[in-house]
Structure formats: structure tokens, C-alpha cells
Design a protein around this ligand. Structure first.
Ligand code: NAI
Ligand code: MG
Length: 491
């Protein structure tokens, strides 16, 4: 291991470290060992006030920068993360508990790519013109909104920060970010690495608990837009705050995504897809394919192979290169996952493997849960309807296409969906029938800068990662220009 977190961080406000007004701190743990990783301020409304004030002041100049200038800065952000890519990967793994092979190959490179993507497309953020009549020209200007407030979850800290920070900066906004209390490390490292690059106040990071920092940020009258990723119930609260100040909000909320196996699926690839769908990041993924619909005709064969594969997953120290399943982010989340295992058993589902804490004494202090497969699940059960956010897949047997599609859509959420078939017309028909913001055909959990990501139904609204996102971070000004040389003659 080559990198460790400092003993303590401060808030990052106006380009400098700043102690919390409260003087309180909160402990940040390494979930794989249960040990203290670092401490961060447990901020409150006073820190949020200072950060918003700094961001407002910075907006007066940052909002006037040229697209070319912002492009250069975003490219440099990407380069700086790239330069320390291994440090970022290790710190993310130490803080979140996810395998180093994931942070190295997914979180960090994708984060870098989002800065590059938005550096590119920001040059296409243009208005329109029209000739209204021979003496009237109309044009639109796309203007930044001002201070944007970001409230982040703990599952992909640096990547989801990029999803919000890159388009916000690209379109000329300044930012106050609140990382999840469990996982603030990589964002604070990034703020530090950008100290001499971004003018003071353009990026501010305030750490602390949701009700103490997130709520004052979301209800702050100086904030012109909110972007939130997290639990649906928290999203509802944030929207209430947003309604007080009439500000737009992007909501990326929970999911319980259907993943459908047709009888003609390529079984080897589909099984790998199922594992990517629900064991990547220990299943702590909003788009996890956690409701698996397996066709009756191949159910027994498919399940036999799947369970054998799941039992062979390498669970353990996430810093080891060959670890496939790391630790759950926190004790609280681990207990939540374990409680759903009990709920599933009580509901009458068959626990085919996993769902326990591992017996390996080396893992005893960490927050690990062995990967679990529930068979004989009914779509009405809580383990089929509620977001568990852990390495648990609920498998439903199906044989009638229309009934299966109805069940797949019989859920409050609509974030992702996946399907496996070798029949193209069936794949497209099914993709159209599924109520989800993203559908994966013969793959799962693929993400790319440029591919809009977001939810249907209670999974939220607004789209991240794509050109559309820039539109959400700007407002339109309509400008009418008369070229008349004489009065109209009306008065
Ligand atoms: P959460 O929604 O409570 O936390 C997400 C962020 O919101 C954190 O930064 C938190 O501090 C903040 N927050 C919490 N309460 C707030 C409030 N009243 N006002 C403003 N901000 C507030 O999610 P939590 O409790 O960490 O996780 C619980 C469950 O949420 C998970 O088990 C999972 O099911 C779901 N979740 C979904 C995510 C997704 O990507 N869709 C991400 C994280 C959690
Ligand atoms: Mg919560």
C-alpha cells in the first residue's frame, strides 16, 4: 500500500482548508477493517453559509469565463486525477471497501473520462437564432445558474462527484458539494489537488451529516440548483427544500432493476452479466440487477451454474488485486443487508447461498456479507420490491412473456433493466416495454460518458453523464433584437 489518508481533513471553502464552526468532527472508517481511516468536520449551517457565500462571490468571475478557458481547466482536472490515479483508487478502496480492481478499472478512469467528455461538449453549448420577421431577430443565450448544491451518496464517491462537478463547472456554475458522511476522502483529495487550478470559491466541499449539512445546503436561498443522488425518501425531502426557493433539482434515486433471462440466452455470458449486475461494488449500485427473472425452461440449469459461480466468488481484503467482493460501506448498511436476508427467509424465499458474515477471522472486524442468491421469489415479496443495496439477488421464475413484463414493471422504481436473448426483435421489443431510464441488452451496468443516465418513476428525473446534463445546469435567456429603421407606427 502506497497511500494513506491524512489524520484529519477540514472543510474546503474559498480555496482553503477551514475548521468547522462547531469544532466537531466525525470518524471516517475503513469498512474492511472497521478501523479509523481519518476524521472530517461534522459541519453545520454556518459552514454551509460560508461555502455558499464563497461560491456566490466566485460566480461573478467564473460565470464570465470563456468556454475555451473552462475547457482547458476541465482537461487539466482530468490530467491531475490521472497523475494520481493509483492514489485515488487506493483511497477509494480504503474508504468504500470496494475491490481495488474496480476502483482502478472503473471508478477512477470513468471519473477522468467525464471531465474530458464535458470539456469537449461544453463547446457545443450554444443558443439558437431565428428570424421572426424581416426586422426582428431572436436569439437564445444559455447562461449558468449560479451556485449549485450537490449532495452525494457513498457508493461511487469520486465518480458521482464527477457526474455532477464536471457539467456544473463546464457550464460556468460554482459549486458547494456535500459528500456522504461515510466517504468524503477522495473528493477532499481532489479539492486539494485543484487548489491552484480553480479560482477560490469555485469548488467548495462541506462535510458532515445529512440533516446538519445537506438540509441547510438544499434549503439555502443562495443556491440556484440542486443535484442529489441517494435514497428516494431523502430525495423527497430535498425536493421539499427546493420548492421553498423554487430551484430546479436533479434527482438520481433508488432502484430495484429487473434483469431478464430468456430461454435462448447465452448462458455463460448471461451468468457473468448477472454477477456484474448484482455483485459489482457489493451490490451497492443504484442500478443493480437485483430482481432476476429466469425463464422456466432453463431455470434449473441456469440456477445451478449461477449458485456454483457465486459460491466461488473471492470475498476479502479489497486492497488485494484478486478480490472480487469487498466490504459493505458501513456497519449500518451491513446490518440492513443482513436484516433483508432474514426478511427473505421469513417471506418463504429459498436462500440458496450466502447472506452471512464470512467465517474467515481476518474479515471479522470488517463489514462483509457473503454473496446471496434467493430462489423461489415472488415479485410481491419485500426482497423483490425494496432496495437492499447489498450482494443479494432475488430470483423470480417466469414462463409467460406478458405476465413477466407486467411483473418487471410492477415496481415503484425505474432506473435500469437488463435482458439476455439472442433474438434481436425480442430484445428490442422488450427494451421498449421496460419502464427504465437505461436498458442493457446482453450486457449489464455498462456506463459511458455521453450515455444519459437517470430514472423513470420514483428513481428520479433529470439525466446525468450526457450533453443533456449541460442543459439542466443552464437557463435560457431569450433575446429579441429589432433591426427596424423606422417606428412601427402604433403610437
Ligand atoms: P441517504 O439518501 O440518506 O444519503 C445520501 C446523501 O444524502 C448523503 O450525503 C446524506 O448525508 C444526505 N442526506 C441524508 N439525509 C439528508 C437530509 N435530511 N437532508 C439533506 N441531505 C441528507 O442514503 P443512506 O442513508 O446513506 O443510504 C440508505 C439507502 O439509500 C441505501 O441502503 C440504499 O438503498 C439507498 N442509496 C441509494 C443510492 C443510489 O445511488 N441510488 C446511493 C446511496 C444510498
Ligand atoms: Mg439516510
Amino acid at each position: 500500500m502506497s497511500v494513506t489518508a491524512p489524520r484529519e481533513y477540514q472543510h474546503f471553502i474559498k480555496g482553503a482548508w477551514r475548521k468547522s464552526e462547531s469544532g466537531k468532527t466525525l470518524d471516517v472508517l475503513n469498512p474492511a477493517t472497521g478501523e479509523l481511516l481519518t476524521r472530517v468536520p461534522a459541519g453545520d449551517a454556518r459552514d454551509v453559509d460560508a461555502a455558499v457565500a464563497a461560491a456566490r462571490e466566485a460566480f461573478t468571475t467564473w460565470g464570465q469565463t470563456s468556454p475555451a478557458e473552462r475547457q482547458g481547466i476541465l482537461l487539466e482536472i482530468a490530467n491531475r486525477i490521472q497523475k494520481r490515479a493509483r492514489d485515488y483508487a487506493e483511497l477509494e478502496t480504503l474508504n468504500v471497501g470496494k475491490p481495488i480492481r474496480e476502483t482502478t478499472n472503473i471508478d477512477i478512469p470513468l471519473a477522468i473520462d467525464h471531465y474530458r467528455y464535458f470539456a469537449g461538449v461544453l463547446r457545443n453549448l450554444q443558443g439558437t437564432t431565428q428570424t421572426v420577421d424581416p426586422t426582428m431577430l431572436h436569439l437564445t443565450l444559455r447562461e449558468p445558474l449560479g451556485v449549485v448544491g450537490h449532495i452525494l451518496p457513498w457508493n461511487f464517491p469520486l465518480l458521482l462527484a464527477a457526474w455532477k462537478l464536471a457539467p456544473s463547472l463546464a457550464s460556468g456554475n460554482t459549486v458547494v458539494m456535500k459528500p456522504a458522511e461515510q466517504t468524503p476522502v477522495t473528493l477532499l483529495e481532489l479539492a486539494n489537488d485543484l487548489r491552484d487550478l480553480l479560482p477560490p470559491g469555485v469548488l467548495n466541499v462541506v462535510t458532515g451529516y445529512g440533516p446538519d449539512v445537506g438540509a441547510p445546503l438544499a434549503s439555502h436561498p443562495g443556491v440556484r440548483k440542486l443535484s442529489f443522488t441517494g435514497e428516494t425518501t431523502t430525495g423527497r425531502l430535498i425536493l421539499q427544500y427546493a420548492s421553498e426557493n423554487i430551484v430546479p433539482a436533479t434527482m438520481e434515486l433508488g432502484g430495484k432493476s429487473p434483469h431478464i433471462i430468456f430461454p435462448d440466452a447465452d448462458v455463460e455470458r448471461a451468468i457473468e452479466g448477472v454477477m456484474v449486475g448484482v455483485f459489482l461494488n457489493q451490490g451497492e449500485v443504484c442500478s443493480a440487477g437485483s430482481r432476476l427473472f429466469v425463464h422456466d425452461a432453463i431455470y434449473d440449469r441456469f440456477m445451478g451454474k449461477l449458485v456454483a459461480k457465486v459460491k466461488g466468488l473471492k470475498i476479502g481484503n479489497p486492497m488485494k488485486e484478486d478480490t472480487q467482493l469487498g466490504a459493505i460501506v458501513s456497519r449500518e448498511q451491513m446490518e440492513k443487508v443482513l436484516s433483508y436476508i432474514e426478511i427473505g427467509k421469513k417471506e418463504g424465499a429459498a436462500l440458496l447461498c450466502g447472506g452471512t458474515r464470512p467465517t474467515d477471522p481476518e474479515l471479522a472486524k470488517g463489514f462483509f456479507v457473503t454473496p446471496a442468491v434467493f430462489g423461489d421469489v415472488n415479485n410481491k415479496m419485500r426482497i423483490a420490491q425494496e432496495e437492499i443495496f447489498g450482494p443479494v439477488v432475488s430470483v423470480i421464475r417466469w414462463n409467460d412473456y406478458d405476465a413477466m413484463i407486467a411483473e418487471a414493471n410492477d415496481i415503484a422504481y425505474g432506473l435500469g433493466a437488463g435482458l439476455w436473448t439472442e433474438t434481436l426483435p425480442l430484445a428490442i421489443k422488450t427494451a421498449k416495454a421496460l419502464q427504465a431510464g437505461t436498458v442493457w441488452i446482453n450486457t449489464y451496468n455498462a456506463l459511458a460518458a455521453g450515455a444519459p443516465f437517470g430514472g423513470y418513476k420514483k428513481s428520479g428525473f433529470g439525466r446525468e453523464c450526457a450533453f443533456d446534463t449541460l442543459l439542466h445546469y443552464t437557463q435560457i435567456k431569450s433575446v429579441f433584437v429589432s433591426t427596424a429603421e423606422k417606428p412601427m407606427g402604433l403610437y
